[in-house]
Write a protein that binds this ligand. Structure first.
Ligand SMILES: [Zn+2]
Length: 287
């Protein structure tokens, strides 16, 4: 709440010199971190700016799915239908228009901002440390450090590498993966050195086939590497079972259906191409 007061002050005093504004902004940035999810949620619901958050607001705990949803909503990066299909509420047509859906999520629309990417990369790192280092005083800790992070996400992958490098005080490489065109093999942006490889992914859209393809590409390039058992995933879009072991930060329950089986269309709901124009706001009931 104290922070909100500072923000108001900045708005009111826009006639001040830039040095005064800098001081006010500095004061705002020096606020005490939020300690619980309710504080973050109230701040954002009261009109707070997502860019005034930082990873310290989520320290010593995992971000809740409600916090993730409100941050994504503020960046127009998520819509999930509430309730049953009905004529009054539109639904989404996906980028492949054969498929209609009761939800959409665009992780890169959030992760493209370094401040938000840092917050979400910290969520992956928390999961990684909780899973791989259950004993906090494990003396072999540093020996277990990883050598390379591979990801399809340029933002999340490189940020996780940066944070883990800092924590381990040990150099960590980042290699970007790119899906092959028309089902072709996955391309890797650089050579993967021997050692331990961690796979980080921003989104599992529908099934974990992309992780299988990635593992194949890594081992084809360098059969000597050790890929960690679990891939670490920020958002799993559907709750369909997967062939690959995943550690997921945020599990959603979005469904894709073929257009001729779409329950929303059958109930008279209008389909909107979610990525076009203002449609994400229309889906969210925002004018
Ligand atoms: Zn439909």
């Amino acid at each position: 709440m104290l922070f909100f007061v500072f923000r108001c002050k900045v708005k009111i005093e826009t006639g001040k010199s830039s040095s005064s504004l800098k001081k006010l902004n500095k004061k705002a940035m020096n606020r005490k971190p939020f300690t619980i999810a309710d504080e973050v949620l109230s701040f954002l619901r009261d009109g707070g700016n997502v860019f005034d958050l930082n990873y310290r607001d989520f320290i010593n705990r995992s971000m809740t799915i409600d916090e993730m949803r409100i941050i994504f909503k503020k960046r127009k990066a998520i819509w999930e239908r509430q309730g049953e299909p009905c004529a009054e509420q539109p639904h989404a047509i996906l980028s492949n228009p054969e498929f209609h859906s009761n939800g959409v999520i665009y992780t890169e629309e959030v992760l493209k901002y370094p401040a938000l990417c840092e917050i979400f990369a910290e969520e992956i790192v928390k999961k990684f440390f909780a899973e791989e280092f259950t004993e906090q005083k494990d003396l072999s800790f540093t020996k277990k450090s990883i050598d390379t992070i591979v990801s399809y996400s340029p933002y999340l992958g490189s940020e996780v590498a940066r944070i883990i490098k800092k924590r381990f005080n040990h150099e960590v490489a980042f290699v970007l993966a790119e899906q092959g065109e028309a089902g072709g093999p996955v391309k890797l942006s650089a050579k993967i050195d021997n050692g331990k490889v961690l796979i980080v992914q921003d989104l599992i859209p529908n099934g974990s086939g992309i992780i299988s393809e990635l593992k194949k590409a890594i081992l084809k390039q360098n059969p000597s590497v050790e890929i960690l058992k679990h891939a670490y995933v920020l958002v799993h879009r559907t709750n369909a079972p997967t062939d690959n072991p995943l550690i997921v930060c945020f599990q959603l329950n979005i469904k894709n259906v073929l257009y001729y089986e779409c329950p929303d269309c059958k109930n008279g709901s209008k389909g909107l191409i979610a990525q076009e124009g203002n449609n994400i706001n229309i889906l969210n009931g925002i004018k």
